[in-house]
Design a protein around this ligand. Structure first.
Ligand SMILES: CC(C)(COP(=O)(O)OP(=O)(O)OC[C@H]1O[C@@H](n2cnc3c(N)ncnc32)[C@H](O)[C@@H]1OP(=O)(O)O)[C@@H](O)C(=O)NCCC(=O)NCCS
Length: 165
């Protein structure tokens, strides 16, 4: 990580890491798909620890799951202090990529060969993650449609805000 990647606090800018993750997700997905892919959705991006200038960042990616036209890529990010050899895990996240044909339409991707128990576990976890995400969005949308602002003022009681109208 070179100094020009740093933010005003001297740590590596989160956007630099996001950009690297997107490129790695693209490489893994398009290689599996045999087609160009686009990023559709990113889940689980949390910057658990800061990355310092000079650290060696590694991105480990695997195709965890495939749908009809989508490919889910899991990415683990680590940062190593090359002087001490200490390695810290900074992030694990999941990119959903969709393969596109020459007409720009989503196109079928090959099925996935599960070669190890870990491959199988990741595939199963991806199915669960997909179900939970769909359920979360459904429930949140339902809650939002019934959320009348005046009836929900108690939600603000222990929050650090005040009404200014
Ligand atoms: C992603 C995109 C192709 C979906 O188009 P669509 O007409 O809705 O196509 P479909 O409904 O057939 O969805 C295609 C796949 O995307 C998946 N998908 C769509 N929206 C999704 C979302 N928000 N999260 C996860 N997967 C999603 C669908 O589940 C489907 O997967 P499957 O074929 O494996 O079942 C379209 O929205 C698009 O081109 N978006 C722009 C992507 C882009 O340009 N990214 C670069 C950054 S700007």
């Amino acid at each position: 990580m070179i100094p020009s990647y740093a933010n005003f606090g001297g740590k590596i800018h989160g956007g630099i890491l996001l950009s690297l993750m997107d490129k790695v997700a693209y490489a893994a997905a398009s290689k599996h798909a045999g087609n160009y892919c686009v990023t559709v959705s990113v889940d689980g991006v949390n910057f658990l620890q800061p990355v310092e200038v000079g650290e060696l960042v590694s991105l480990l990616a695997s195709v965890n799951y495939v749908g009809r036209t989508s490919v889910l890529v899991g990415i683990k990010v680590t940062a190593e202090d090359v002087r001490t050899g200490s390695v810290k895990h900074t992030n694990t996240c999941y990119f959903t990529m969709v393969a596109k044909n020459d007409a720009g339409k989503p196109t079928l991707v090959p099925g996935l060969l599960l070669e190890t128990r870990d491959d199988t576990r990741r595939f199963q976890e991806a199915i669960k993650r997909r179900e939970f995400k769909a359920r979360y969005h459904q429930e949140f949308d339902n809650a939002r449609t019934i959320l009348a602002v005046v009836d929900q003022l108690h939600l603000l009681e222990n929050e650090r805000c005040q009404l200014a109208y």
